[in-house]
Design a protein around this ligand. Structure first.
Ligand code: HEC
Length: 308
């Protein structure tokens, strides 16, 4: 009896679901959602080839250092890297002395306390400090950016779909709003203080184009020309490193584990062969468990290479 009641209750639920699905489907086709500018004009990130891509990728130290230079000279004016310390730069090839100098000359000082008066103060950065925000606090950051907060960039390439490719596309993607867009969506004009960029999810972002011209940063001899595209790729490579400084260790460990597993599989197969060889011989000589099964015995004999 209980079963029958449960069956009908279940049937009731399933019926209600089915009916609401049918109503939803009819409504969708009768009145499809209106097209939006975001839906029509948003673009996926362009492909970006970096040496760190792929399961065995390694950082291109020279490129990551150039990217750091772009961050330092352009992005650090608005963005912090509060998960990365100056001394972490050793991981991309800077010496201890260079790191000390970089920290000492950093454009923004870090918060501190005046030892005599106990009042809030600032001091020069040291290698153990993290890359500070140029703003005293969130309110100051918003005040300086049209009420928008420049996000911390430490984990940005992990936080956005597309990672480094997205950052690269975003930095090189600023353009005028297409006339066709305005024609189709007259109310979607880019508001004052925002900038049109088809790679940004809602097409208009508050960051003014940070890389505006070739040669904005001067690279040392032996490096590629600092075109906007090159600087954008370099700073994206740098932000891959800030988000995962131990990527190379992970890739190395993965490779070692893979080699070990292949080796263990071969060993396992050989020992399987070895252990069962004797058992198969015995079966062939003495006959299978079921002595009446001649066909089986003959098969076993043939397999073990025993005549007769
Ligand atoms: C003038 C200040 C300023 C500078 C300089 C600047 N940014 Fe930004 N950035 C912003 C602001 C403000 C936002 C927030 C935009 C928004 O949410 O609309 C932002 C957002 C971002 C985002 C996040 C976009 C998203 O998907 O949410 C990335 C990535 C970024 N900036 C990278 C950079 C890089 C790389 C540089 C250096 C080449 C740089 N920015 C230089 C102000 C700046």
């Amino acid at each position: 009896m209980v079963r029958i009641i449960a069956f009908f209750v279940g049937l009731g639920f399933a019926g209600v679901l089915l009916i609401s699905f049918a109503f939803g489907a009819v409504a969708y086709f009768q009145e499809p959602p209106p097209p939006s500018a975001e839906h029509e004009y948003h673009r996926e990130a362009k492909e970006l080839h970096l040496a760190s891509n792929g399961p065995f990728g390694k950082y291109d130290r020279a490129q990551v250092q150039r990217g750091f230079q772009v961050y330092k000279e352009v992005c650090a004016g608005c963005h912090s890297l509060n998960r990365v310390a100056f001394h972490d730069l050793a991981g991309i090839g800077y010496s201890e002395a260079e790191i000390k100098a970089i920290a000492n000359q950093w454009q923004t000082e870090v918060p501190s306390v005046n030892p005599d008066t106990g009042e809030a103060a600032t001091r020069k950065a040291v290698p153990s400090d993290h890359f500070p925000s140029p703003y005293a606090n969130e309110t100051a950051a918003r005040a300086a950016n049209n009420n928008n907060l420049p996000p911390d960039l430490s984990l940005m390439t992990k936080a956005r779909e597309g990672g480094a490719a997205y950052v690269h596309s975003l930095l090189t993607g600023y353009q005028n709003q297409p006339a066709a867009l305005l024609k189709q969506f007259p109310t979607s004009k880019t508001p004052a203080g925002l900038y049109y960029n088809p790679y940004f999810a809602n097409l208009n972002l508050a960051m003014p184009p940070p890389l505006t011209g070739d040669g904005q940063v001067t690279y040392g001899p032996g490096n590629p020309k600092p075109t906007v595209n090159q600087m954008a790729a370099d700073v994206s490579a740098f932000l891959v490193w800030t988000a995962e400084p131990k990527l190379e260790n992970r890739h190395r460990a993965g490779l070692t584990v893979l080699i070990f597993l292949i080796f263990a599989t071969v060993l396992g197969y050989l020992s399987y062969k070895n252990i069962w060889a004797e058992a198969k011989r015995k079966v062939a000589l003495k006959g299978p468990l079921d002595p009446d099964n001649k066909a089986r015995r003959n098969r076993a004999k043939a397999k073990a290479g025993i005549a007769g």
